[in-house]
Structures are given as C-alpha cells and as structure tokens.
Ligand binder design. Structure first.
Ligand code: ADP
Length: 258
C-alpha cells in the first residue's frame, strides 16, 4: 500500500520502496540480458545448418538436369539466402547491444571498405539489372569496428539494390566535411513516404503493403552502428527521385579539416 508513503514521504520510509524498485529494475535488466543472449545464441546456432543446407542444395543443383527440379532448388537457395541474411542481422544487432561483445575499434580506411563491399554486390546488382557507382574523394580513415561498418554498408547497398527499378543506378559517395565523413547511398526507387521515415529505423518495422521481402532489421543496424561510432544516419530525397541515406561518421583523429 503506497498511500502512507505518498502522504509522509520521509526519507526512511522511502528506503524500502526505492529498494524494491531497484530489485525490479535489476530483474528487468537481467531478463532483457537473458533474452539478448538467447537470441544471439539461437542466431549463432542457426548459421551452421543453414550453411550445410546451402552446400547440399548447390551440389544437387549441379547434378540435376531436370528444369523443374532446378527451379525448385533455385527457390530453396533464395530462401536460404534470406534466412542467412536475417540471422546475420540478428547477430549484428544483439552483439552491438552488448558492449562487451562489440568489436574492438581500429583505424580503418572507409573508402576501400566501401569499394570492397560494392564489389561483393556486383553479382546481385547485375541480376537485378542495377548499375553500381562509387564517387570517393581519396583516402578516408575512421576509427571503428570493421564487422559493424561492413554490416552498415551492406545493409545500405542491399536495400538500394532491392528497392531499385530494373535499369536504375545506385550511387554511393564519400565526402569529407571538417571532422566528419559523409557516406551516402542513393537509388532511383520509390523512396520512403515522409510519414514512415521516423519508424523505418525501428527494429522489425517495414513500410506496409510492399512487394519486396525483408526483415525490417537493415536500417536499425545502420542507425545502431552509426550511433556506436559517434555518428548518425538520416534519410533524404535522392537526386534521382529515390531514397538517399546519409551516414555521418567522425574521422579518425589527425585527419581534421586539413
Ligand atoms: P527491410 O528492407 O528488410 O524491410 P530495413 O530496415 O532495411 O528492412 O528497411 C525498413 C523499411 O524501409 C523497408 O521495409 C522499406 O519499406 C524501407 N526502405 C529501406 N530502404 C529503402 C530504399 N532504399 N528505398 C525504399 N524503401 C526503403
């Protein structure tokens, strides 16, 4: 019964109340921590069987000459790829929630990292009939965790390709401004209506009624990784009419406004 406490808020009487609030808070914290660990473990354990499935289906695909069977196996491989990507996204988010597990920061070249990641998407872009372009202004070094930044870039490029029309171009650009580097990725897709722009950074949120499949985790990862590096992510209208996502990251020390 809290009524007497409310009327006589003497210090000594508040103590047990504060104590039980603290106990409650630590229980909530522990259960959130357990939930995070459970999701991270499950995601981690799912990686191996998913990889085994892929290898086996690929082997069957190579042996089969039946077009119907090959079609079904192509569809299995696409589903496997989606599940693998979602598991990787969950792991990335759960790891970055636990500061202890987040990668150690090191000095790394963002321009070459972006270039390498774009090269990895060549096949996917070609299959989607999308052109990839990078405009970078020389070497740019940031202090960060490579795995997190790779995931940030991958999610931006993957989205830009996924939401691009066939024949469209995805532009990636790096630009230094004073103490920051601005990474932008833009496409010529439908963009995101203003009413959803705040919410698309939420975990699992997806704009309703869209044809493309996805997990709703990509932009949450982008924002989370940017924030962890002392940066921020924002959405804009692209020059080509689509979406432009911009990520600002602090430059590594010693690279200031020279
Ligand atoms: P996912 O793409 O897996 O659904 P994201 O978190 O990456 O999840 O994106 C959240 C939502 O934002 C998407 O469902 C989509 O509606 C929208 N979105 C993200 N990137 C783009 C883009 N480049 N063009 C248009 N819409 C986008």
């Amino acid at each position: 019964d809290l009524a007497p406490l409310q009327f006589q808020p003497r210090h000594a009487e508040l103590k047990p109340f504060v104590r039980s609030i603290n106990t409650l808070l630590s229980r909530v914290r522990n259960s959130a921590e357990r939930e995070r660990a459970l999701i991270a473990d499950a995601a981690h354990e799912l990686r191996t069987p998913l990889a085994a499935m892929r290898v086996n289906v690929e082997a069957l695909h190579q042996q089969s000459t039946d077009p119907r069977q090959r079609e079904l196996m192509d569809s299995l491989l696409r589903s496997n790829e989606r599940a693998t990507r979602m598991v990787a996204q969950l792991l990335q988010l759960m790891r970055s929630d636990a500061t202890a597990d987040a990668g150690m920061p090191s000095s790394l070249r963002l321009d070459t990292l972006v270039q390498d990641r774009l090269a990895e998407f060549d096949g996917l872009a070609a299959a989607a009939g999308v052109e990839l372009e990078l405009v970078a202004t020389g070497p740019v070094t940031v202090s960060g965790d490579r795995e997190g930044l790779v995931s940030l870039v991958d999610n931006l490029v993957d989205n830009a390709i996924k939401y691009s029309p066939r024949g469209g171009t995805v532009h990636a650009a790096l630009e230094r401004t004073g103490t920051e580097v601005l990474l932008s990725v833009s496409d010529q897709g439908p963009g995101i209506a203003v009413q959803w722009r705040e919410r698309v950074f939420d975990r699992f949120f997806r704009v309703p009624d869209q044809v493309q499949s996805g997990s709703g985790l990509g932009l949450a990862i982008v924002q989370n990784v940017a924030a962890r590096h002392g940066g921020r992510a924002s959405l804009h209208e692209g020059a080509g009419g689509g979406l432009l996502v911009q990520v600002a990251l602090p430059l590594a020390p010693g690279q200031g406004s020279d």
